[in-house]
Design a protein around this ligand. Structure first.
Ligand SMILES: NC(=O)c1ccc[n+]([C@@H]2O[C@H](COP(=O)([O-])OP(=O)(O)OC[C@H]3O[C@@H](n4cnc5c(N)ncnc54)[C@H](OP(=O)(O)O)[C@@H]3O)[C@@H](O)[C@H]2O)c1
Length: 329
């Protein structure tokens, strides 16, 4: 499995990472057995995947706990990213949130410590200065942001603190970052951790209409704003999206690979992407996704997939918040 360096940190991670949002189980993803998390973590490490992503906000901390349990005894082989919620980055509380994450993860350092969403309620300068102090103390090895658009990234970079990575939504149907955010990250030596390579299921090819999806997975800006769980208030782009999915299905058939693997392979073939995080719930999903390591998409196939998804990109535009359309660019 190919490895790439996270920004200027010197930390090497695999191009495919394990997304831990479902770990610990909860309302959004339903139950999640610890035995499956353990099996995924061990098989991942055995097959060259060393990067694990979690957050204090995932399942009230249980995702971090699950990652900590799964990596017990193999901590030194793994690179762990966890995320702090923006409202917890105020200097008086940031340190205790970091300590709590360390305890749940059963470790004494976090490799990549990420601010989960843009900070709006207090000083950005003070928050990043405190993150930097934690880095100097060795509690964290590098600093990242997530879902930061151009204005928010510029504000964070202006603090003078080294920020190595931006974790953002990136998949064939969600390419907003290509317009402004990715070029800005590249210019500043920052990497990208892409998330939701399968758009939480759509890019597995399982669904042909929006009605077939669990409502919680049809809440993104691609879908109509009046869908049950949507909170973005936009018209969506369902026609363009399903047209793109049909086109991708044909490319997958022509290449002789499952759509999910093609979708993941496309993300890691794109310049500027350090790693794509795949929500991997069990060993059989991991085994399928490991095939991506041996897939090498030709430049023609990548260009064809770009062309098929371009109308959707044009319709949804440069805003990389596909959840709620908060302004990120
Ligand atoms: N920073 C942020 O704001 C943010 C936001 C979202 C995600 N993330 C991170 O990115 C990670 C990945 O995103 P995600 O989990 O939301 O979405 P995703 O990776 O697009 O989709 C994950 C789901 O796809 C299914 N899946 C995985 N491999 C499959 C395969 N080979 N065949 C068929 N289905 C497969 C699984 O669903 P089932 O088994 O349930 O069918 C899995 O839960 C998260 O876990 C999290 O670490 C970060």
């Amino acid at each position: 499995m190919e490895k790439r360096v996270v920004g200027k940190s010197g930390i090497e991670i695999s191009v495919m990472g394990i997304g831990g949002w479902s770990y610990g189980g909860g309302d959004y993803w339903g139950p999640q057995a610890q035995e499956d998390v353990d099996a995924v973590a061990h098989a991942a490490l055995d097959n060259g995947i060393n990067f694990f992503d979690t957050a204090e906000g995932y399942n009230e901390g249980r995702s971090e706990e699950a990652v900590g349990i799964a990596l017990k005894g193999r901590r030194d082989e793994a690179v762990i990213a966890t995320k702090i919620s923006p409202n917890n980055t105020e200097p008086t509380v940031l340190r205790e949130h970091c300590e709590a994450s360390l305890r749940r993860l059963q470790t004494d350092y976090i490799d990549v410590y990420i601010v989960h969403w843009p900070i709006t309620e207090h000083s950005v300068q003070d928050a990043f200065a405190t993150m930097n102090a934690l880095k100097e103390e060795g509690k964290i090895r590098s600093i990242g942001v997530s879902n930061f658009g151009v204005a928010q990234l510029s504000e964070a970079l202006d603090t003078g603190v080294q920020i190595d990575v931006n974790q953002v939504c990136y998949n064939l149907l969600s390419r907003a970052i290509e317009i402004e955010i990715l070029p800005l990250c590249q210019k500043n030596g920052m990497g990208i951790l892409g998330y939701m390579p399968l758009l939480q299921g759509l890019l597995t090819g399982m669904y042909k209409t929006a009605e077939e999806l669990p409502p919680v997975h049809a809440r993104f800006r691609h879908f109509r704003g009046d869908r049950e769980k949507a909170g973005h208030g936009e018209e969506g782009a369902e026609e363009e999206m399903f047209a793109a999915v049909e086109g991708i299905r044909k490319v997958a058939e022509a290449e002789g690979v499952p759509m999910a693997q093609l979708a993941i392979a496309w993300t890691i073939a794109k310049p500027g992407i350090t790693c794509e995080l795949v929500g991997t719930r069990n060993l059989s999903e991991l085994q399928e996704n490991l095939n991506v390591a041996s897939l090498s998409l030709s430049a023609e196939t990548v260009a064809k997939l770009d062309e098929l998804t371009d109308p959707l990109l044009q319709k949804l535009g440069a805003n990389a918040d596909y959840f709620l359309a908060r302004r990120t660019h």
